[in-house]
Design a protein around this ligand. Sequence first.
Ligand code: C2E
Ligand code: CA
Ligand code: CA
Length: 705
Amino acid sequence: MDLQPSKILIVDDILHNRIALTKVLEPLNNVEVVEADSGNEALKKLLNNDFSVILLDVNMPGMDGYEVANLISSSQAHKHTPIVMLTAHDSSAPDVLRAYEAGAIDYLTKPIESTILLNKVKQFVKISQLQAKTNYLKSERESILEAAGQGVIKFTSEGDIEFINKKACQMLGSVADKIIGSQFNQWFSHMEIEPDYDNLFMFLRKKVHKLGLYQHQIAKLIDINKKTHLVELTCTSPRSQKNYSMIVLFQDISARLEMESELVHLANYDTLTQLANRACFHDNLARAINRSKRLESTVVLLLLDLDRFKQVNDTLGHDVGDELLQGVAKRLTSMLRETDLAARLGGDEFAILIEDSQSSLDAELLAKKVVSLISKPFLIQDKEICIETSIGLSRSVAGKSDKATLLKWADIALYEAKAVGRNCYQLFVPEMSVQAQKQALIQSQLRQIIEQNLLDVHYQGQFCLKENRFVGFEALVRWPKSNFGEIPISPAQFIPIAEQSHLIHELGYQVLHQACGVLQSWQLSTDTQHLTLAVNLSAKQLNAYDFLDRLEHVLCQFDFPLAKLTFELTETAFLEDSEHVQKCMKTLINMGFSLALDDFGTGYSSLNYLQNLPFDIIKIDRCFIQRLGFCHKTTALVKAIITIADAFDMSVVAEGVENQIQLDCIASLGCNKIQGFYFSKPIPKEEIASLISATNINNKKVLSK
Ligand code: C2E
Ligand code: CA
Ligand code: CA
């Protein structure tokens, strides 16, 4: 640390004296001597200098030494500057007294003894240098405290504010002079501290005394305008001090806490309805079950699924759908006690968690009320909208059933409620139908499979007899092998369940995504470039208002000629003759895709469809193929279908050809595109290349069959 030289002022009207004095002081280091030849001159020098000591001659013309000393010692800026009076050798005791009274700190009589003068001045210089050093350190410490950006306050052991930095003044909303001396507890109060202390200061003082440093205490700071801020305190005690004085650093964390709580809210609450989301609901359910184990109490779970919500969403648009969900959420919350929890699990599925319900009757009563409340019309955008809800109820007593079981039971009960006819509730009882249990289990497993993106897709070849090679494949979804049951469940079983629970939409996109990946990869090889790929579309998918948007969202991630992609639809897609479906189909055609009418011949199939709908391909259902050769009517019908298709320039694919007889039969009727186990079972995508090269080699063999 480099300190400025100490300045010494010599005031004497006689030049010779000033020179002599300066000479005496020469041995002093880092000292600058300033001279003044009169009182007036001395006062001038004091205007812009600070002196370590002033050597002041008493006898001077004009203003004498006493007068000068008086003026200096009564000035605010220099009252602490030491003055040493230089008196005449014959000074009397009253003279000395006068010197002291005028503010001198010491006196020397002339002729001056140089060693005494030198030593005296040395002491004063030393004191002033120490003072300068202290001031420097103090201002350095203060600038560090200001730069820290935190409020810093030092308190006496009684809790009086002794020091406060600028930042703290800002936060308290006042100035240091007014704050110093006030009490800690006037400004700060506790949020939550151990119950033994009702006074935050005493609490902190104890902690600091014990630990030395005490951090992360959240407290309320009430500023001068009575506004409350949340602050985080760090408290410590100056090490050298044995008393309980304390330094508190603090910062405003209101904004941080707000942000944190917003994040917590986002992670736990559904943004549309402000109800708890799925994750938060699961956490709460797990906690509730643990509690019920401890307290031997009851947990009741209600799973709700809105009936026909999708229809509202699709016909009236998702703005109305969103408002409807908000309306449902509001009604649900209005019925619950504070301790109950309502959640939106996703889409139009809701759940209610009730702890400590006295009997199953209570819960059933609530379920009944919910059903009737939801069925009352909602007024949305000036329209009256009616929906209904099905509810599945399950109960666990004393935590005896775990979370997964309770959810599964409620799922089964919900399934049963829907099967019974919707707009009602069902309480799970172990006797509930085995069928419902199985289906509910499939549904909940399928949900997990879809959530984890685990669906498999297999591909079944379509063989062209004319070209003597595979010309296309159909993508068929598969239940994944691991984790979800020993025996994989067939799509014939889980697709209808997916369709009932809206899982079909996500399922459809996942299959489409995988299929598009395969189509894209086929463009890289001449062996596969010619292949088309068919993807099944459920009627529900096509009916969804956002189908085309979501389709485009998938397509834009891939690159292949759109004409290579075929969508297979069954007639259920346009049974309702909806405008929306017609529009969608036209758009698909305009985009360049092919459309195939799947399972032709089952259900209501009428040749009318062929005339009025824009299909490029007809797929004759397996049940026809099975009867070929045995049933004349079937044979005649299939022949008619093939003739009409030819007339409309549609191609025909025969499904489910398993043997040579069926193949010969269908070939003789003029159908040359075959899909069936005879040529290929559905296979994973990795096996497609070897299937194609194997048929290239076996071409002749196939022809000779
Ligand atoms: P589909 O669209 O008629 O598909 C043809 C079904 O017939 C497939 O059953 C296929 O494995 C089976 N198959 C093909 N050739 C033969 C044969 O020679 N003999 C026999 N016995 N069966 C044959 P899979 O894969 O079990 O699919 C059943 C149904 O599930 C499909 O019937 C389709 O309606 C539906 N599905 C499958 N994947 C999807 C999908 O990704 N989305 C939608 N929406 N539905 C799908
Ligand atoms: Ca199909
Ligand atoms: Ca089919």
